[in-house]
Design a protein around this ligand. Structure first.
Ligand code: HEM
Length: 477
């Protein structure tokens, strides 16, 4: 029909934009392709569409043109080879109104905030003040205060793992951890949980489609704004306390370093941005690692023979008398392969975060005008038939060569790729390795009697396992 052509003429600027724009399913007036996708499994619907329209195809989402990139080649060609054109974030009304930190910023703000966060994380993670002892110490708290009480009995690992991982971010940004029973900590965790639930609500989607109207209407989006304000109040109190004790010759944590930057003229560092980038670190760095660990437990109970093999390797390399260390990784190829396979199959950020073209670009024979939202479909890469031997089966062999040595295929990109690559990758990898090996060294996981493990997911801020209970039996009394 003429409708799509007239529609595209309105939106795109010249004939070449129309002729060479990536193909896609026919869009309906106003709603576009919103109903083309199954929203409970958007990432899978998007991967299936690539079978019909190819690795680079387009969708109309309400008022917005979106290009979905599929498969290792197309995703890395855009994000890495042509990274300069694909490194910006699109404008999303709910985010524009609320988040002025790092994850959703562009231009100079993004560059300065990202550089600062990377160097501070490096300093605390791997430099002078290594996080390794801190992570191991946090495990001992989890062990003594939470897990030992559940020993043998079914429990939901969600809260325990969330608390453990969130405390690492607390240490990094606030310079101290919280007792799990601390009322302030409980409040912080509750606010984060509310925030993540609301961000993916229908109300958030309506807000993004009709921002002018929704800004004035009541609803869960207003609650979301209030939750963010409460979180900012929490951080404000910590910043106030840091300011009082601030000593440039002894910078203790992320906030101290940030306050140091605020002193510099001509920079994008200010207190509002500090609150938001601290929120970004919690938002991006807590739920992600914790969800991955929850997948790891589930895969271990689903495949007890793999769990046994991991434990045997840990026993022979580390034993029981000392905790694991990051230096052990090289001697634990099977365990390392299992952690990577958990990340591949867990696929917790299935569509990465959205990008946008910041100029007209040519990609794989198509023209994509400036301002088009880009979705790097990581699912299609982590399950790409061209890259993995048994893409839909849990198989640590994907990461082992014939001699049993660890190898990492290039298509392993759960942290995305290019200029927006996850800046917490090294920290996350360190946490996953130390927590997973510590758990496997001390416990054997199994399902409660008579219950079968279910590998179903919930599509939210991350792709997380549906609620489950598990038993953790201490391996050595
Ligand atoms: C961005 C994955 C843990 C901080 C991202 C992106 C992905 C991702 C896919 C989007 C990249 C893109 O836009 O192309 C993960 C996974 C994690 C994890 C799978 C754990 C298993 C962490 C941790 C932190 C963190 C621990 C920090 C403490 C960030 C930040 C960004 C980001 C700040 C935004 C980067 C930017 O816009 O420049 N992550 N992440 N992430 N991640 Fe992570």
């Amino acid at each position: 029909s003429l409708f799509p052509l007239i529609y595209k003429l309105n939106v795109k600027r010249n004939l070449s934009h129309i002729l060479w724009f990536p193909p896609g399913p026919t869009a309906l007036p106003i709603v576009g392709n919103i109903f083309t996708l199954d929203h409970k499994r958007t990432h899978e619907s998007m991967t299936e569409l690539a079978g019909t329209y190819g690795d680079v195809y387009s969708l109309r989402m309400g008022q917005r043109w979106v290009v979905v990139l599929n498969g290792f080649e197309a995703v890395t060609q855009a994000l890495v080879t042509q990274g300069d054109s694909f490194s910006d974030r699109p404008s999303i009304p709910l985010h524009d109104d609320i988040f002025h930190g790092l994850v959703f910023s562009n231009g100079n703000t993004w560059k300065q905030q990202r550089r600062f966060a990377l160097s501070t994380l490096k300093y605390f993670g791997f430099g002078k003040k290594s996080l390794e002892p801190v992570i191991l110490e946090e495990f001992t708290y989890t062990f003594s205060s939470s897990l030992s009480q559940c020993a043998g009995k079914p429990f939901n690992p969600h809260l325990i793992v969330n608390n453990t991982v969130a405390n690492i971010i607390c240490l990094l940004v606030f310079g101290h951890r919280f007792e799990y029973s601390d009322e302030q900590f409980k409040k912080l965790m509750k606010l984060f949980e509310q925030g993540t639930q609301l961000e993916v609500s229908v109300s958030a989607q309506l807000y993004n489609a009709f921002p002018q109207l929704m800004r004035r209407l009541p609803g869960p989006h207003q609650k979301f704004k209030r939750v963010i304000e409460e979180l900012k109040d929490f951080i404000r109190t910590e910043v106030k306390d840091h300011k009082q004790k601030w000593d440039p010759s002894d910078l203790r944590d992320y906030i101290d370093y940030y306050l140091n930057e605020i002193q510099t003229d001509d920079s994008t560092f200010d207190e509002e941005c500090l609150f938001m980038s601290v929120l970004d670190l919690f938002g991006a760095g807590s739920e992600t690692t914790s969800t991955t660990l929850r997948w790891a437990f589930l895969y271990m109970v689903k495949y007890p023979e793999i769990q046994e093999r991991v434990q045997a390797e840990i026993d022979s390399v580390i034993g029981q008398s000392r905790p694991p260390s990051v230096d052990d990784r090289a001697d634990l190829p099977y365990t390392d392969a299992v952690i990577h396979e958990v990340q591949r199959m867990g696929n917790i950020v299935p569509l990465s975060l959205p990008h946008v073209t910041n100029r007209d670009v040519h990609l794989r024979g198509y023209t994509i005008p400036k301002g088009v939202t880009i979705i790097p479909n990581l699912t299609s890469v982590l399950f790409d038939k061209r890259e993995w031997k048994t893409p839909f089966t849990f198989n640590p062999g994907h990461f082992l060569n014939e001699e049993g040595k660890f190898v990492k295929p290039a298509a392993f990109i759960p942290f995305s790729a290019g200029k927006r690559l996850c800046l917490g990758e090294n920290l996350a990898r360190m946490e996953l390795f130390l927590f997973f090996t510590s758990f496997m060294q001390r416990f054997t996981f199994s399902m409660p009697p008579g219950v079968k493990p279910v590998l179903d997911y919930r599509f939210g801020v991350t792709l997380s396992p549906v609620h489950y209970e598990i038993c953790a039996k201490p391996r050595h009394e």
